[in-house]
Design a protein around this ligand. Sequence first.
Ligand code: HEM
Length: 198
Amino acid sequence: MTDTTTSLWHEDTRPDRFDGVSMAIHWATLLLIVGLFATAWMRAFASDGDTAATLLYAHRSLGGALWLLTLIRLLWKFGMARTPKLPATVGPLQHLIARANEAALYALLLLQPLTGFLQSIAHGKPFALLGANIPVLMAKDKAFGHAVHDLHERGAWALLILIGLHALAALAHHFLMRDNVLRAMLPARAKNISPVRE
Ligand code: HEM
């Protein structure tokens, strides 16, 4: 039987879905980001210092994990990943916007944990992250601390906006254009969750 999903791609030789490692990293990234925003925002409502400290430890550790995962993701992407071609429903301008959004997301996923790390070392005190103790790396610097705090806050909003656009685009492909863009990032079992435009 002919696979109707394959015929929507420019080249039939390209796979119609990402490989399992790329999918696992993609959805793990989303979970880590949810955890990062949850721990950061819950910390603002923490009723005592111990809870706030535990949430900050979790936040820093999730951020460190996300940074490492993003490095692995990029190595995988440019080394061994199986990447499907965008379907014919995607025009050149849309393609360019999608690639620019993707590049900005990768840049933020690498930079945001770094501004968080700099913010933490600017206190001039040791702190823990992913079970490791980070020693004092610089003397306390309030002005630098404020500057990187500002960058960290702006970076978080920029990340939220880009993720929102990315998710909206994926949903528009699935429900309006009815192509395989979202399905390509879903495991095989979820491949037929809604009709594909014939
Ligand atoms: C992609 C990764 C990350 C995201 C999306 C993220 C997001 C956030 C957000 C939304 C806040 C609250 C900002 C505010 O309104 O003040 C915050 C605060 C903070 N983050 Fe991150 N963060 C990330 C990684 C990290 C990492 C790796 C560290 C440290 C190693 C870190 C350290 C901090 C600290 C210390 C604060 C508290 C600032 C304060 O109120 O004193 N973050 N982060």
